[in-house]
Design a protein around this ligand. Structure first.
Ligand code: FAD
Length: 287
């Protein structure tokens, strides 16, 4: 039987020290809703570093500059925060889609990002909101944009000894809002067949002045689609603009066929989701 070595440091430095100096494979434990499942049938010794005793990992602070999100804050805590929901409704609705009430009691946005699944719900919403990842390791701190964090299926740019220590999400400009939508074959408890995170900014007469359109579950990583944003900018979200954004998203998608959906279905649905999410984000931005 293989053994698991468990540590629960109370500081970022302590966690990095353990991760960097471990002679055996080391994993960070946030909510464990991915990690524990992945560790079933473990074949070799593993160091598990639980980061939930580190105060900054478990706090979400909203200020005039934006949201400083402790990566391990449980999604249930995030979705219960009306102040955060008011500023980033799309990010909160993405967190609210993960699993069930029970799963949300444990799972975190940081865990979702670090697990780096192509179907992760919060990743398109983080990218749409210009999130920046603060990574701390034995050589200090570095900042990586959310769109550059995931490198492939279950892979990201973090190196041995590094910890995702904070997710900084800038406060959106005036008249800006976001939305996240996904399609699943069931009503709940399934992973995205396609997803779309959209953020838009309006001027005083409702014309779109800036947009970020991100698609999920239709490529090995979530994709920022600048052509879809360009299709929206300068418009009032008329049908032609929304369709052009949808077409750009479908053109950018590189999906696979699996038991949840075919290439053709995913390509079409992601466009529909972009159209709907853009409409919702625009309506919110105008309120
Ligand atoms: C029943 C069920 C339903 C689910 N439904 C969904 C769904 O609808 N949508 C969805 O997107 N996901 C879903 N998931 C997957 C999972 O719940 C999410 O990915 C969740 O956000 C992971 O968060 P966590 O805190 O539990 O991460 P953990 O399991 O603790 O960690 C996940 C991975 O990230 C690493 N990690 C975590 N935090 C850090 C950090 N700070 N620094 C470095 N590495 C870190 C861990 O080592 C591990 O490799 C589901 C899971 C279950 C069990």
């Amino acid at each position: 039987m293989v053994s698991v070595v468990f540590e629960d440091p109370d500081s970022i430095e302590g966690a990095v020290n353990l991760l960097a100096n471990s002679k055996i494979k080391a994993s960070v434990l946030a909510g464990g809703t991915d990690l524990i499942i992945q560790m079933q049938g473990l074949q070799e010794e593993r160091l598990v570093v639980d980061v939930k005793k580190i105060p900054s990992m478990m706090q979400a602070e909203l200020s005039k500059d934006g949201l400083a999100l402790g990566p391990s804050v449980p999604c249930a805590e995030l979705t219960a925060r009306d102040d955060i929901k008011a500023v980033y409704p799309g990010l909160v609705e993405a967190a609210y889609l993960i699993g069930s009430t029970q799963v949300q009691g444990r799972c975190s946005v940081g865990g979702n990002l670090c697990n780096s699944s192509p179907a992760a719900d919060t990743i398109p919403a983080l990218i749409a909101n210009n999130a920046q990842c603060v990574i701390v390791g034995p050589n200090g701190e570095r900042m990586v944009a959310a769109e550059d964090f995931v490198a492939g299926v279950g892979q990201n740019i973090m190196e041995k000894g590094e910890l995702l220590a904070k997710i900084n999400i800038p406060r959106p400009a005036a008249n800006t809002s976001d939305a996240y939508l996904r399609f699943i074959p069931r009503t709940e408890m399934d992973i995205a067949v396609a997803g779309a995170g959209v953020s838009v900014t309006l001027d005083s007469d409702g014309t779109c002045t800036a947009a970020r359109v991100v698609i999920g579950a239709v490529a090995i990583t979530a994709l920022l689609v600048p052509d879809a944003a360009t299709a929206l900018i300068g418009t009032k979200f008329d049908e032609a603009a929304l369709q052009a954004a949808a077409d750009a998203a479908s053109a950018a998608a590189k999906p696979i066929t699996d038991r949840r959906g075919t290439v053709e279905f995913r390509t079409h649905v992601v466009g529909v989701l972009v159209k709907r999410a853009a409409k919702i984000a625009a309506q919110r931005a105008g309120e």
